[in-house]
Design a protein around this ligand. Sequence first.
Ligand code: ADP
Ligand code: MG
Length: 589
Amino acid sequence: MDIINILPDSIANQIAAGEVVDRPAGAVKELLENSLDAGASQIDLVVKDAGRTLIQVVDNGCGMSDSDARLCFERHATSKIHRTDDLFAIHTMGFRGEALASIAAIAQVELRTRQPEGELGTEVVIEGSRIVSQHPSACKAGTSISVKNLFFNVPARRNFLKKDSIEFGHIEEVFRRVALIHPDVAFSLTSGGKVVYSLPAGSMLGRIAGLFGAGYKEKLFAVREQTDLATVSGFVSRPEFMRRTRGEQYLFVNGRFIKHAGLSTAVERAYEQLLPERCHPCFFIGLQVDPSRIDINIHPTKTEVKFVDENALFLILRSAVKRALGQFALATELSFDTPQEFNIGPAPRDATFDMPQVSYNPHYNPFHATGSRAAQTAAPSTPTAAMREEEQSMLTVEQTAETTAGHGNGACVQVQGRYIVAPISSGLALIDQQRAHERVIYDRLMNQAVSAGSQTLLFPMQCSFSAADAELLAELLPDLRQCGFEMTAIGQSVFVVTAVPAGTDGEGVNAMLERLLADYKGSTMQKYARRSESLCLSLARQMAVRPGTELRQEQMQQLVADLFSCPMAGVSPSGKRIMTIVKPEEMLK
Ligand code: ADP
Ligand code: MG
């Protein structure tokens, strides 16, 4: 006796709906995404009872023809892909052709749609996958879909819904995720007759402010980076607005919200030297990558994405945020009140343009390191008032100090064998000599453009390691060479070291290399970071002057000058604060 039968569409759709529309927010996401795919510039979402009784999405997009309006509720009905190849070049939010079929299987749906060029539109009413009626309708251009009484025929689902406040919270979050990354589209959300959000089209910063409050404009600064692999753009929070808990952290890829632990870590890592432990930045970052390099085909409702170039993207993202942090520290003033500046619209036809003014110092000569430094900062910078005093000195030391560091009269004093007191234009800097030195060495080692400098040993040293360490060492040889080591393997686990980084003596080279390997193995960054980074950090730590080392006047002045030429002069590579600045006002007191 045969016992297998093919399920009718209505049941198949209901089963599919379990995956696509697990709660009202799921339907909201699909409808909003359809409107975006339809090229709408205005999308209005209306819900009642947290979406239980009504979810309506009205857009001014391309609309549908009469027959499409009926067909769109069929399973696997989509206008977005045609061939297998299309799956690897997805430029739309949807492509499965499942959403409307699923929604129509578990709700009462009314669709009104008209193509802009058509005179008359269509109205389709469908209930539990059954078309109830279809007739011409004089509706607005675009599409309006009302989803009523969600789960009316699936009581089990209905019973699983949470309190209205929770379900509405999910809807809000879906709305935010979609609206954030499409600031060029106007959105509104109305719940129970009350307008919750009304967001005009504009810049991303304006959108963030519209969703999270105008206060955010002061908390953020822009990140922008373009590489062959990816374009990064968005906003991250200033270090002083860190949070104890992970707050607003939004990552998007090709206009789609994603969750990706690796990439989120990349952003957090960029702050590594600026945030205390267990503090988190906010970020709103969009990536644009070649669609063929990602796999979004994992699950309709899931936000996980797989990248082919995960490691490279990690580095790109981290360095983009790092660079922005560096620039932000240097920026004289960021105007956050004019979001338009981040979103330059099409120019009026008869507009005239001013050439951008770039100010630079024509006398600047990078090879006269000390003499030109004062001239270099023609316009002393005034960081924005909102920054807290403390962070200010931490982030902006380099500019304040640049005007004095390296001056002949800047005699320094060493205190307690571990601090250097140096006069700078904004007051007195109290500098931790070890941390400062760590920073200087680290930056020199990391600066791959110049060789770190190496010192040939009079007597080559033989160093031996355990078999595992020797293997790792052999692997790290190119990076070590970059740092100034010269060595060759002789035999299984014995190396001959002929040169060491300038500034070290050959004496403890074996121990140094062992610590280096131990640090490297203990580094949490191995998965993503360039290995040289953890090597440089370990080396810098080992090579920096210890407390108790007496420094001569020239040495101190050199160290202070070197420190102030580092982009992140305020913090050591291991994230510790290097200096405190005593301002003239404070001295007066
Ligand atoms: P998918 O979005 O994966 O293609 P859907 O079930 O969400 O599948 O939608 C089916 C089709 O209906 C879409 O491919 C599109 O052609 C059409 N459609 C859905 N929503 C709209 C809309 N708001 N405006 C215009 N066309 C739409
Ligand atoms: Mg869709």
